[in-house]
Design a protein. Structure first.
Length: 433
């Protein structure tokens, strides 16, 4: 085994094959979220085409998450059985078809169906990416590697909302959905050509393979036969703590993902074009913050700081900054609203990659996909609830203040879960045979 101080390992600590995989996964999430934000951008156009109400839009925005959530637990088990590459190829093909189906929708029912199919196709994305990062990266590099794909979700809104918005205004909402379908199809081809698990990748050098294995994960052992059961993992305090904490993050994330353009347009009386452009500001800030904090966390861990303490600090403090959404609840100008939303999204985004790196650290061997599925199931329950609850609150109060307040209450629950349930970030003991 190559020693940690050998020249080969020092050389391979610079970006090589494993980083190409990280950027590939990041490109997938970028495309993935173009498909998701397309609906929020199209709200006004869909009202004109199909006459949908605020409450109907809330359900339509959540419909994607229904199938996404239902697929999480079986997808996690499937990932542990057949691997990232097979599941990834099928899922990218399905979500490409779903985007084209949305473009061809003839009514609200057909659009609901397309969004439900999109949820099926995109369901494996984050559990698969968490599993892939666990295979390809030693733990001291996983926060930044994870931030590459997780930050892409924010970057997709930063550039996707303005670009798709302009496209929608120029050529109509159907062509904007068709465009994201074409981009998704191109990513399917890219993923199929490039992604391999480490032991199957002919471009992975022996030195880099040794570097990855040095940290405790041997790339040759990808298909572990003795994964912990779903029932066992659900009972673990660490899994529950991470699931609740991440659920609170995703509630706020999806509230802003689906309602931010409308909030800026209707609550602050900004015209539609400027609401699309302004929406990109907090998402761009979140992207930069996430990459910077993840890089800093990995740097501290590599310099000998207590890894669990560093990650817990980022999780708790980042989620606490998410409470900045309360400031937006009482903002009366676009500038103040964007500042508070940027603080909220920046903090939550800083916590997200650390959170997504944790399933591979706490899961018993061979169970990362299942733990990732549990976490993302919790996420998607929140993703379902956020747009629907927000729609009802806005319809009842004609204000976003209570909608943002509910989000803040959930974030406080999430912070408590990280502190009292997750505890020290270390591997859960495997069940007795």
């Amino acid at each position: 085994m190559t020693s940690a101080s050998s020249p080969a390992v020092r050389f391979n600590s610079f970006p090589r094959r494993r980083w190409r995989i990280a950027w590939l996964l990041g490109a997938g999430v970028l495309v993935n979220y173009f498909d998701r934000v397309n609906l929020s951008v199209s709200q006004g156009a869909l009202y004109t085409s199909f006459g949908i109400s605020t409450i109907t839009f809330g359900y339509l925005a959540a419909s994607y998450n229904w199938t996404y959530a239902l697929c999480q637990l079986p997808v996690g088990v499937l990932l542990d059985k057949v691997g990232v590459r097979r599941v990834g190829r099928v899922s990218t093909a399905i979500w490409s078809i779903a985007s084209f189906a949305a473009a061809a929708s003839t009514g609200t029912g057909a659009l609901f169906g397309a969004r439900l199919l999109l949820g099926v196709g995109e369901a494996p994305t984050f559990p698969a990416n968490a599993k892939a990062i666990g295979y390809w990266f030693p733990s001291k590099e996983r926060s930044f590697a994870t931030s590459i794909f997780d930050a892409s979700a924010k970057l997709a809104s930063a550039i996707g909302v303005p670009v798709i918005g302009v496209l929608l205004l120029k050529v109509g909402w159907r062509w904007s959905f068709a465009a994201t379908g074409l981009i998704s199809l191109l990513y399917f081809l890219l993923f199929s050509l490039i992604y391999r698990d480490p032991q199957d990748d002919p471009l992975l050098t022996e030195a880099e393979r040794a570097y990855i294995a040095e940290a405790g994960l041997d790339p040759a052992h990808v298909a572990e036969p003795h994964a912990a059961s779903l029932g066992y993992l659900i009972q673990q305090r660490k899994v529950l703590g991470l699931a609740l904490g991440f659920g609170s993050y995703n509630y706020t994330f999806y509230l802003l993902l689906t309602w931010l353009p409308s909030y800026l347009s209707f609550a602050l009386h900004i015209d539609l074009m400027h609401s699309f452009l302004y929406t990109g500001v907090p998402w761009l800030f979140a992207t930069i913050t996430e990459l910077a904090v993840a890089w800093g966390a990995d740097l501290l861990i590599q310099r000998g700081w207590n890894a669990s303490r560093v990650r817990k600090t980022v999780l708790v403090c980042g989620t606490a900054f998410g409470l900045g959404i309360l400031g937006a609840a009482h903002a009366h100008t676009a500038t103040r609203a964007l500042i508070w939303i940027s603080i909220s999204l920046g903090g939550l985004s800083a916590a997200a990659p650390v959170g997504w790196s944790i399933p591979s650290m706490i899961a018993p061997r061979g169970s990362t996909g299942t733990v990732g599925g549990i976490i993302n199931f919790s996420n998607q329950l929140s993703g379902i609830a956020a747009p629907i609850i927000t729609g009802y609150i806005i319809a009842a109060t004609r204000s976003y203040a209570w909608a943002f307040g509910v989000s803040a209450i959930y974030l406080l629950i999430g912070i408590s879960s990280y502190i009292f349930l997750l505890g020290e970030i270390k591997q859960i003991e495997a069940p007795a045979d």
